[in-house]
Design a protein around this ligand. Sequence first.
Ligand SMILES: *Cc1c(COP(=O)(O)O)cnc(C)c1O
Length: 411
Amino acid sequence: MRRDQQIALLDGVPAFAEHLHVGRPNIGDRAKFLALVGDLLDRRWLTNDGPLVKELERRIADLADVKHCVAMCNATVALEIAIRALELRGEVIVPSYTFVATAHALQRQEITPVFADIDPRTHTIDPGAIERLITPRTTGVIGVHVWGRPCDTAAIEAIADRRGLRVMYDAAHALGCSHRGRMIGGFGACEVFSFHATKFLNSFEGGAVVTSDDALAVKLRLMRNFGFAGYDRVIYLGTNGKMTEICAAMGLTSLDAIDELVGVNRRNYDAYRAELWGLPGISLIGYDHAERHNYQYVVVEVDPDVAALSRDELVLVLHADNVLARKYFWPGCHRMEPYRSLQPNAGLLLPHTERVAPRVLLLPTGQAITPEIVGTVCGIIRSALARAAAVRQVLAERGASERPGAAMPDP
Ligand SMILES: *Cc1c(COP(=O)(O)O)cnc(C)c1O
């Protein structure tokens, strides 16, 4: 039995026998999913714009309050297709503080992602930074609604209008979220959702581009299917971005469960908030409760000047107890290949990214997590902070090769 204040790093007994994951998939009604799979097998319509994909598209478009949803095999391909359909080229301004797919979707098409800094309060792209990075080669901006918290869309779109740039959003985190009373999905020329297994709504793998632009929607559909405009007639450089029927079946099953999932996530978020309240140097990012939100991410910031332990030290403490906390989006795209080689000085213009990325820690939530588990996870954090000197000593003894650094790798 563990006593109060025990933590595995110091006392050897993990609080949890099994790993607690960030982004463990949420699964809706199994019977409903299996019935849909039975139907699709009976129909022998497995892919290529099947009835389940069409239904999912209608329902996502309704949820996001847009005219069109074009479902795809994943959000990375959806980003690539959207970028191509908007005819972006040259340079496109994106935040470095995002999942690397946002940058890769550009670089794979030989478009240079130009990394803009974030607003440290919101973790989303700083509109002021965008303006300073515009060159004659700039064609667009991709904002990312990090943690489902919206970008400053009005400021971004004002700059883009003035400078003749296209705007789209990576809304991979933001399904079911609103901004100034409008659903995310309707901002910019188009927005991209992810339905990856770890996301708020999952279709195993999947994604979608949503837009209210009729012509753009037609083009996206053609590009999703190799550019075919009819039998034997190809009019665009397309790819295979199609969503399968079985993925749509999972997506529809998940959609039926989203109110329940928001409830579970909100309950866990509130429990974390109550448990972590007042710990010096530890803060949970806030959500605007006047807006709709999916509460999919429990994001903690550890202030190294105030907290008794650093973010990296806390991650090692939690991992020892089988709580697999994650360091998203560390160290930032500009410190990952190929960008760190192609743009070795990018970090000089990203002071907020460089400051935020080493502080952020994500904690597990979703269906697998209960308020009791949240209580235990937060108890580990409190105990570790209270016993910081002992934690540091054990970590130091593990040797230089494993020592957690507040420092990031050199570019
Ligand atoms: C998950 C994610 C993606 C990629 O989504 P996939 O569906 O896994 O391709 C893109 N951008 C962000 C911000 C993400 O979190």
